[in-house]
Design a protein around this ligand. Structure first.
Ligand SMILES: [Zn+2]
Length: 283
């Protein structure tokens, strides 16, 4: 077995904060393999039937067919009680590792198999992107001490983020609670465990992608440029089956657009409420 720690680029954040797209951006670099949302793997019962980005099913995909995906018990998320306990421990500043390392998991085995597969099918790739976003999965990965983790903390403004929850029929309340809870506990954990991370602003990524991606590249020690990414997106043989797949979205990818649809997705009262909340949390 390879004893070198697997290097994981972990995307941390709330749903609908552009993690899927960012995973593809990073995966278009020759040194990076975008594995998608690894957190979703254990829940997929008919994993072999799922469509992969390459156009085949997972069972027929040249990359994934070599891994027994349905057999790995990867860490996904704890039950409600455990979640509550972890949150309470974080709040009190108590160590949380014991709470997530409750039973053996196959994550390290999976990453070692993945690395061997990458050597054979994507030889340049040395880093794996996990777009799970979940704080609980990050806590688990950190606590095992078995990985070299580069954390990208995605931040989207509250109005746009909550509006995306509404767009996906998840509702205002769920969006608001998700946003506030996650952005309360995420920085708390990062600071408590003395971790290094990159704050990625959704707004800056959309409005000044060259600068945001260049800075991100510096953090990851990768030569990243938005222009190159746009070119590579069209030709990189991605093998992702979580999130939305479909090559068409990159064949004529023109660039990022800043989503301002919150202006009509949110009612006047919702907008005023969220702006007030945003203002309060800045103070
Ligand atoms: Zn594939």
């Amino acid at each position: 077995m390879d004893n070198k720690k697997p290097c994981i680029i972990y995307l941390l954040g709330v749903s609908y904060s552009s993690s899927t797209l960012l995973g593809y951006f990073l995966g278009s670099h020759p040194k990076v393999f975008n594995a998608g949302e690894l957190m979703l793997f254990p829940g997929k019962s008919r994993i072999g039937d799922m469509p992969c980005f390459c156009g085949r099913t997972v069972a027929g995909c040249d990359f994934w067919k070599h891994l027994p995906l349905s057999e790995y018990q990867l860490y996904s998320k704890p039950g409600f009680k455990a979640k509550f306990k972890i949150a309470a421990f974080l709040l009190l500043g108590r160590p949380v590792c014991r709470l997530v390392l409750d039973r053996p998991r196959d994550d390290r085995v999976f990453f070692d198999h993945l690395a061997a597969n990458m050597k054979a099918y994507d030889p340049g790739a040395q880093m794996v992107v996990d777009t799970s976003k979940s704080l609980f999965r990050l806590i688990f990965l950190v606590c095992t001490g078995q990985y070299d983790i580069k954390i990208i903390y995605l931040r989207r403004d509250i109005l746009g983020n909550v509006a995306s929850f509404i767009k996906s029929r998840e509702g205002f309340f769920k969006g608001f609670v998700n946003y506030k809870l996650n952005h309360f506990f995420m920085p708390r954990f990062l600071k408590q465990y003395g971790l290094d991370w990159y704050d990625l602003s959704y707004k800056r990524l959309c409005l000044d992608p060259e600068a945001e991606i260049r800075d991100l590249g510096r953090f990851l020690h990768l030569d990243l440029s938005y222009e190159t990414i746009k070119e590579h997106l069209k030709t990189t043989p991605f093998h992702v089956f979580t999130g939305s797949t479909g090559r068409a979205q990159f064949r004529d990818f023109k660039g990022l657009r800043y989503d301002t649809t919150w202006q009509w997705r949110l009612s006047g009262i919702q907008q005023r409420f969220l702006k007030w909340i945003a203002l309060k949390s800045e103070q």
